[in-house]
Ligand binder design. Structure first.
Ligand SMILES: [Fe+2]
Length: 251
């Protein structure tokens, strides 16, 4: 009886269950995200339609590439939130950043000047895609001393990690107290077959605590509805301690 409720053909609504995105580039004109406020609003409207209630805005802080400061993020979020209200779009924004791990980042961590979110003072960090980052161990140490919890963005996209296809390599990262976040669109193959395969392995091993869209531009809006119906994500969220929805308590 009621077997249709658990049938593999039952509809799923992953993004409604996640509720909050915690890695996205929604602020216009400050990194490689939207070029205008209109584009930001179009992306957010699509996120609302797909089931999201809010997002942590994580535009890049990457000295000499995207030379943003915390104040730029805070001002950007204030301005975009006002535009949402004017357009009667019910969606909550909070300011944070996607920090490139480098020397200046370590100084920000030591000075407790990172824009964190959530109950454990989460901070999203990234490294270059091709080579191991020489600052990573010192950065993690200083972050933890300062009371931050690091989230490594899209580990499935780092070639130096993913080409190993080694569960142990990811376990070592988790053992350092780093939480892992995969990109939603990795599961759809946006970044290639290897990233998709590794993202699936990480999910199936219960290594993933966070799912981020990492959405940058409006051309990726159509992927949101496709991701909403992904069976692998639905199954994983049932068994996995994915944390996105708990941001409701602190956002
Ligand atoms: Fe990102």
């Amino acid at each position: 009886m009621f077997s249709w409720l658990t049938s593999s053909r039952a509809p799923v609504n992953n993004l409604h269950d996640l509720q909050f995105d915690m890695h996205c580039h929604l602020l216009p004109g400050i990194d490689d995200g939207p070029e205008s406020i209109e584009e930001s609003l179009a992306i957010i409207k699509a996120m609302v339609a797909a089931g999201y209630r809010g997002a942590i805005c994580t535009s890049h802080i990457f000295p000499e590439v995207y030379d943003n400061k915390a104040d730029d993020m805070l001002r950007g979020v204030d301005s975009l939130q006002s535009a949402l209200e004017q357009n009667k779009i019910d969606f909550t924004l909070r300011a944070s950043a996607e920090y490139m791990v480098d020397g200046p980042f370590i100084e920000l961590a030591k000075a407790k000047n990172l824009l964190a979110f959530g109950k454990k003072n989460y901070v999203v960090i990234e490294t270059g895609f091709t080579q191991e980052n020489p600052y990573i161990d010192e950065a993690i140490y200083e972050m933890q001393c300062a009371g931050y919890c690091p989230i490594l963005a899209h580990p499935e996209r780092y070639i130096y990690l993913s080409q190993l296809k080694s569960v142990e390599a990811f376990e070592k990262i988790i053992d350092k107290g780093i939480e892992l976040q995969i990109n939603l669109f990795s599961l759809l193959g946006l970044y290639g077959r290897l990233s998709k395969e590794v993202a699936e392995i990480l999910l199936k091993n219960n290594f993933i605590r966070w799912i981020g869209t990492d959405i940058h531009r409006s051309q990726h809006i159509t992927l949101l509805q496709k991701a909403n119906n992904l069976r692998i994500l639905c199954n994983s969220m049932r068994d996995n301690p994915i944390q996105n929805k708990y941001l409701a308590e602190s956002i």
